[in-house]
Design a protein around this ligand. Structure first.
Ligand code: NDP
Length: 336
């Protein structure tokens, strides 16, 4: 087995010396255990937060711990009655190439390929898709005819938020970095418009495209984007705070001006709260099935950004934090 551990805490962007590749033998399976050959590793923005020594909704990593992460793979050996060799699974057990898991491990889930491809279970029908689904439905409470704005619109979460909102009859404005991403969001994903925040005047374009104000701002990004959106929020607007990636590489996140600070002035909005997808864990299965149905019907499209090899994961991770990915960032670890 090869695994990537955190060698030291990053200050700002996580440099190569924050990571160390470790090789170890795969232990013999005990009764009730399975061995998973990892095929895909998911890279997600939240992993940056785990590298800080700051209390959050999840425990921070310690030096020497395997990097947090979810992967998808195939069971190659089983001493369990619940899983057999050949089953596809996802396991939230870190950046590694082989995983030994107890069959009652809560971070382990069986994959049903009828809901989408194996890799889609790390993206559109997996954690990011469910995040979009619950954040929008439970916190955003969308109503047909309302105006929704979402940034990182071509990404794993944002792309699904916008497409579900379109299914529900909202007007959807995306924000993304660069002409290619914006073209994709508008022409392929079917958002009403997409603003290129790197090359256009974001505030002016938002005013122009949201003449009736903004009813839902799905927060993925924070910083300047939130500052541009805040003045346009309507009375009664909802802001599901999913994440604020523009701050993640700050040298001291505890001093960052987060969306909570920025939105404080917009006190007339009843709901602007941080949510974590695990809040709705008892409904995950249903969400994955609903997302799978939309994907199979062509109502939700998605895109993947694929890198290769565990050794390249740190560089791909840095790229994800600065928008080099175009769609869900995955690392291919082995052939399917
Ligand atoms: P994406 O696939 O969207 O990739 C990240 C994107 O963020 C980049 O491609 C880039 O897109 C954008 N970005 C990076 N830096 C900036 C910046 N300074 N300003 C504006 N945009 C920026 O990632 P995910 O969909 O996986 O995650 C999106 C958000 O959702 C993150 O904040 C993440 O932490 C959060 N999240 C929260 C969860 C929860 O349970 N609360 C669960 C999953 C995700 P571009 O090139 O368009 O700028």
């Amino acid at each position: 087995n090869r695994k990537m551990v955190m060698a030291q805490r990053p200050v700002g962007e996580p440099t190569d010396d924050c990571f160390r590749l470790v090789e170890e033998d795969v232990p013999e399976l005990a009764p009730g255990q399975i061995l998973i050959k990892v095929i895909w590793l998911s890279l997600d923005p939240y992993m940056r937060g785990r590298m800080n020594d700051v209390k959050s909704y999840a425990k921070p990593l310690e030096i020497g711990d395997v990097m947090t992460g979810e992967s998808a793979g195939i069971v190659v050996e089983s001493r369990s009655d619940r899983f057999k060799a050949g089953d596809y699974v996802t396991a939230h057990m870190g950046w590694q190439t082989m995983i030994v898991a107890d069959d009652d491990e809560p971070r382990l889930m069986k994959v049903d390929l009828k809901n989408g491809s194996l890799s889609a279970h790390l993206g559109v029908v997996g954690m990011p898709g469910r995040t979009a689904y619950f954040g929008l439905s439970e916190v955003g409470k969308p109503q047909a005819g309302e105006t929704l704005v979402v940034a990182a619109a071509s990404g794993a979460v944002g792309s699904v938020v916008g497409q579900i909102a379109k299914i529900k009859g909202l007007k959807v404005i995306g924000i993304a970095g660069g002409a290619d991403k914006c073209r994709y969001v508008k022409d392929e994903l079917g958002f009403d418009e997409c603003i290129d925040y790197k090359n256009e005047d974001l505030q002016a374009r938002l005013r122009e495209l949201c003449p009736d104000g903004i009813d839902i701002y799905f927060e993925n990004v924070g910083g300047d984007v939130t500052r541009a959106v805040a003045p346009l929020l309507n009375e009664g607007a909802r802001v599901p705070i999913c994440g604020y990636i523009s701050n993640y590489n700050d040298t001291d996140i505890t001093k960052a001006e987060t969306p909570f600070h920025i939105l404080k002035t917009a006190l007339h909005i009843p709901e602007h709260r941080f949510f974590v997808v695990t809040e709705w864990q008892d409904q995950w299965q249903q969400a994955t099935e609903q997302l799978g149905e939309w994907v199979n019907a062509g109502k939700i499209k998605y895109r993947e950004s694929i890198g290769e090899g565990l050794e390249n994961a740190p560089e791909l991770f840095r790229g994800l934090l600065k928008g080099r990915n175009f769609g869900k960032q995955l690392v291919k670890i082995a052939d399917e």
